[in-house]
Design a protein. Sequence first.
Length: 302
Amino acid sequence: MLRHVIAGVDGPAESLSAVHWAAREALRRGVSLRIVHAWQWHPRPAASVPADRTQGEWAEETLDRAVAGVRAAHPGLQVVDQLVSGSATAGLLAAAKDAELLVLGSRGLGGVAGFLLGSVSQRVVARSSLPVVLVRAGETFAGEHLPAADGVSPEEIPESPYRDVVLGLDTRRPCDELIEFAFASARRCGAPLHVVHAFRAASVDGPEGRRAPAFGPELLAAHEHTVVAALRPWSEKFPEVSVTETVAEGRAATEVVRAATGAALVVVGRRARDSRLGTRIGPVAHAVLHHAGCPVAVVPHA
């Protein structure tokens, strides 16, 4: 089977932005793009379905419009379309079974950066066995690059510098899948990689029995050393990737979201396991998805 990237489309602007992001990523990877639209018959059709169309006809038109737009924008890309009848979550996960990456759209939180996770996108992210990228409406080619001189659009100067790829790294679980995804993403784009690690200082007994954080230069240096050690083999494997590290005491989600400002992509992990409460995204990935203003890749790992 041909290597490919999957993009889920449901019609709104956010899913179309995701499809075009997926097209650019497929070109960077040198693979084909499969655009999938999942629909399910309902006795009360959505308001977006025209009165003179059946739900099935409207689903086909929705998919055809997305495919036509991508083919017009990227004539050299091999594009395959797939219409799935049934549950959107199950359909997308089944279609993505043999893919390298799954890309979905999500609405922004009004005037606030970040994503509003619908039931479908949240379930897909939580259950997918492959990396999932969430792309919000309005994301463009220009948004991936630093501003060009004199206001020239990056589309006119394709070699304009790519914005940072940000990796949120937990050194307690520095999984290979997560780190390799971030390094490979940065290499494909010729982008710098910004690795962010946050830790919480342990508390010790302070004056009058109060608990105080045991934070100092030695603790910070120890975490910095651990981060450098975790990244060393990957820097050797990807020598062309420029890496910077930020190590700070604080909440991981806060530090990663802060680093995401002005980034092209944020990469976070999700532990691929089920709990008594069901399959979950995890607190850091959940917070980053809700507050980051750029595409977010969620990489499952053991």
